[in-house]
Design a protein around this ligand. Sequence first.
Ligand code: C2E
Ligand code: MG
Ligand code: MG
Ligand code: MG
Length: 284
Amino acid sequence: HAKRAGGSAAQFFEPTMNQSAFERLVLENELRDAVAQDQLVVFYQPKVLMTDGACAGAEALVRWQHPTAGLLSPGAFIEAAEECGLIGEIGDWVLRAACREAAAWRDRGLEIPVAVNVSAMQFERDGFSDSVLEALAAANLPPHLLELELTESIAMENPERVIEQVQPLRDRGVNFAIDDFGTGHSSLAYLTRMPFDVFKIDQSFVRDMTTDHHARIVVETILAMAKSLKLETVAEGVETPEQHQMLRAQGATLAQGFLFARPMPAGDFVAFATESHTDRAVGE
Ligand code: C2E
Ligand code: MG
Ligand code: MG
Ligand code: MG
């Protein structure tokens, strides 16, 4: 402690706190460049039919091709983007890129809807629904080929916002999914009133369902609820044949997970979708 009193450097730097604040500052600056310099890329992960594996959809997942650190996952930068106010710009960019891509698939005869994640701040911004309509128009994509994924907590925390922003888009045919379903604290009464088309069963339940009785009951309950409400379900994070078998037996219709395909660049996705459709046609 005698050292500390004498050394100004030791007093100036509180190692952990200042280091992470500094790193965050660097990250935010780099992220600004990333947007300006086209370093963001969108990967697409197939959603497939439980029954025959045919590709029935795609989720757009952003990646950052960082000049030195390599390909970064959204977990490494989405939160920073929200905090420094770049999420609106990034979200719009992903939305536009995904709409253009789905329109290109359609031109090749692949009518595959694309799903885009919407962050809380993006959803709360004024003009959210207008920016979606602009992206559709710019890409010349029919609204029914776009799905927007909102997490259960976003939907829960902004009930008025949901009605105001979701309904007009939904009236035009845009579909809405609740992402990470089952992890929030929504009341049943509330959920049955929300204007959604799809429940995406959170991957934590899928991961545990073959070993944990409670996780299996949660999945069963979500599937039964979706059936009564006539909503579609997607089981996320399907990694093993056992999970696939169990979900299929329970009547789940769509799966997304590493067992079928990982998120991939757009070009690979077109090949995957084309092949999955061809395989099916041959099998029939
Ligand atoms: P999410 O929307 O729940 O996306 C699914 C995540 O699960 C993706 O991670 C995907 O790669 C991963 N995943 C898919 N199948 C499996 C599997 O079988 N096993 C495991 N362990 N993981 C699987 P990713 O791409 O790292 O994205 C993480 C989260 O980042 C997303 O979760 C979403 O909340 C957010 N995100 C991604 N792209 C965007 C975006 O463009 N905008 C916003 N606002 N958020 C995004
Ligand atoms: Mg999602
Ligand atoms: Mg619809
Ligand atoms: Mg999810």
